[in-house]
Ligand binder design. Structure first.
Ligand code: NI
Length: 193
């Protein structure tokens, strides 16, 4: 296993249409996925797409920790529940209804930055596993968001291009500082009332 170099925004590999994997059971794909998982863990991410480690192939890995799940109490792997580490090969995605949510995203290819991105609220995705088995799932909330974000990487799309209000785009540190400042002001005005 190895920690791979992560491509940053501006590198051409991130703008390319990634190629479908011909054989998901190819040991070279298993090796790539193992390295992607190690790289993602080292960087503290919850998702990573193969183009981000300079492999222009339709492969993503992600997980949904309980604290990010729409319903942390829901069973593992259900649409709103936590999702354990998952690898999707040649994934395809369909929205389940027209509802859109805007929420904060970040990306290991844009270190330190964040912005509010519109995404389908509920999706269905299909893919192959490393064993070559069919995966067919419904997802909502953060689960749906992370899958849409990672699949975008396979089509040469980075999240900041989807931001509607660029005033939300900035450094995580500053955005968090501004949020806690606003909260403190609100608390202060409640106390003084
Ligand atoms: Ni990303």
């Amino acid at each position: 296993m190895a920690i791979l170099k992560i491509a940053r925004a501006g590198h051409p590999v991130l703008a390319r249409q990634a190629k479908p994997v011909a054989d998901p059971t190819d040991p070279a794909i298993a090796q790539l996925v193992a390295d992607m998982v190690e790289t993602m863990a080292d960087a503290g991410g919850v998702g990573l797409a193969a183009p981000q480690v300079h492999a222009s192939l339709r492969v993503i890995v992600f997980f949904v920790p309980p604290q990010r799940a729409a319903d942390p109490e829901a069973a593992e792997g259900t649409s709103g529940g936590p999702v354990k580490l998952t690898c999707l090969i040649n994934p395809q995605i369909d929205p389940l209804d027209p509802a859109i949510d805007e929420d904060w995203e970040a990306c290991l290819s844009l270190p330190g930055l964040t912005g509010k991105v519109p995404r389908w609220r509920r999706i269905r995705y299909r893919a192959l596993s490393l064993a070559g088995d069919e995966i067919d799932r419904e997802a909502e909330g953060f689960h749906a968001r992370v899958v849409q974000h990672e699949i975008d990487h396979l089509d040469g799309m980075l999240y900041f291009r989807r931001i509607r209000d660029l005033a939300t785009f900035g450094f995580v540190e500053e955005v968090q500082r501004a949020k806690s400042h606003a909260q403190a002001q609100r608390a202060a005005s409640e106390v003084s009332r």
